[in-house]
Design a protein around this ligand. Structure first.
Ligand code: CAA
Length: 377
């Protein structure tokens, strides 16, 4: 058993950390305040090869492993939660299904564009009646000659307003509840998006509704076999859950660092508050829980890299890291006291960002359901 990162994994983590701390962290508060998606950061990340980090080089990626990718998500999330979420959705939810289920022609045409940073990807699963019950999809796709005609609405879609390509689900067999996956270029006639949602947190991430009105895509834009879309998306979400858990670790790490630094500087009753046991216990718990969550992420990513099953470990990581992140950000605010509640300090933003991770890519309740089913309950 070897718990050390390889030289390459450390190099990727440090490169992403340097970039994120220099370019993203200084603007994170402003992005949150203005609810602004940092398109210029994504263009830079594209040039640096981050947008296709775990995608093979033959499809425009960097050919790194999933451990390196999770370390990158953590570092970007540590600098800005919303930017980390959009990054993660692009790679895990748009690039990955294209890599796993795309034909060679689809990979050359769509994956290469996304992985090389020439476009942004988005994932369209959630609908008004299909949230936790992802099988409740109502969007339809009907084959008309050599084209699919897609009609429906998708909600809460990360990156939708900036994406060049959306990978989405639609019902293709109403009687048997058959769902298929499709690749939809966003410049297709009939495809439009709403204005961005006003969100509690993750405000640097773009989130919109997708509206599909008689959207015609070539028959070749079916992703994977017909009626296999549901299983494809569940398996895609397994990977996404590991990466979004890494995002939770990054946000929690940032909140912890702020709290630790503050506790050392802040003097009350004649000494630094870090000398008080009440504060020490909080900081000790925060450090321990972050480390345990990071280990859960790395184990699940390692299993994925080995080509081994990791569904239960993905849900362990997502559930533990997301709940840990909210609790850690809450403790960080408490350590900072009145200052923690002020927008001048980053920890209130971290708490608002953290809450999303208990909901997106499967709520905590769904993670417990997945774990219980894996246990044979
Ligand atoms: N991988 C592959 N196949 C899987 C699978 C997995 N992880 N889990 C289940 N399957 C298979 C099952 O074996 C089953 O196959 P058969 O029909 O051949 O037996 C099939 O898929 C259906 O499985 P279930 O019977 O378990 O399906 P279900 O309807 O009971 O639902 C669920 C399962 C776990 C609740 C699922 O609906 C789910 O994960 N829901 C949450 C959805 C979700 O995470 N949404 C997040 C949206 S994305 C997002 O938030 C992104 C963002 O931008 C923030």
């Amino acid at each position: 058993m070897d718990l050390d990162l390889t030289k390459e994994q450390r190099l990727i983590r440090d490169t992403v950390r340097d970039f994120a701390q220099a370019e993203i962290a200084p603007i994170a508060a402003q992005l949150d305040k203005e609810s602004r998606f940092p398109i210029e950061i994504f263009q830079k990340m594209g040039k640096l090869g981050f947008l296709g980090l775990p995608i093979p080089e033959e499809y425009g990626g960097a050919g790194a492993d999933n451990i390196s990718y999770c370390l990158a998500v953590e570092e970007i999330g540590r600098a800005c939660g919303g930017t980390g979420l959009s990054y993660e959705a692009h790679v895990s939810l748009a690039c990955m299904p294209l890599l796993l289920y795309g034909t060679e022609a689809q990979k050359q045409k769509y994956l290469t564009q996304l992985a090389s940073g020439d476009g942004l990807g988005s994932f369209g699963l959630t609908e008004p009646g299909a949230g936790s019950d992802a099988g409740g999809t109502r969007t339809t796709a009907v084959l008309d000659g050599d084209e699919w005609v897609i009609n429906g609405n998708k909600i809460f879609i990360t990156n939708g307003g900036y994406a060049s390509t959306v990978v989405l689900t639609a019902v293709t067999d109403k009687e048997n509840k058959g769902v298929s996956a499709f690749i939809v270029p966003t410049d297709t006639l009939g495809f439009s998006t709403s204005s961005p949602y006003e969100k509690m947190g993750m405000r640097a991430s773009n989130t919109v509704e997708l509206i599909l009105e008689n959207v015609h895509v070539p028959a070749d834009n079916l992703l994977g076999p017909v009626n296999a879309g549901f299983k494809q998306f569940l398996s895609t979400l397994d990977g996404g859950r590991v990466a979004i858990a890494a995002l939770a670790v990054g946000i929690a790490q940032s909140a912890f660092e702020t709290a630790l630094e503050y506790a050392k500087q802040r003097k009350q009753f004649g000494q630094s508050i870090s000398r008080f046991q009440a504060i020490q216990h909080k900081l000790a718990d925060m450090a321990m829980h972050i480390d345990l969550a990071r280990n859960a992420v790395l184990k699940a990513a390692w299993l994925k890299d080995q080509g081994r099953p990791y569904t239960i470990e993905a849900s362990y990581a997502k559930l533990f890291a997301s709940e840990m992140c909210t609790a850690t950000c809450n403790h960080a605010i408490q350590v900072l006291g009145g200052n923690g509640y002020m927008q001048e300090y980053p920890v209130e933003r971290h708490l608002r960002d953290a809450k999303l991770i208990e909901i997106g890519e499967g709520t905590s309740e769904i993670q417990r359901l997945v774990i219980a089913r894996q246990l044979g309950c």
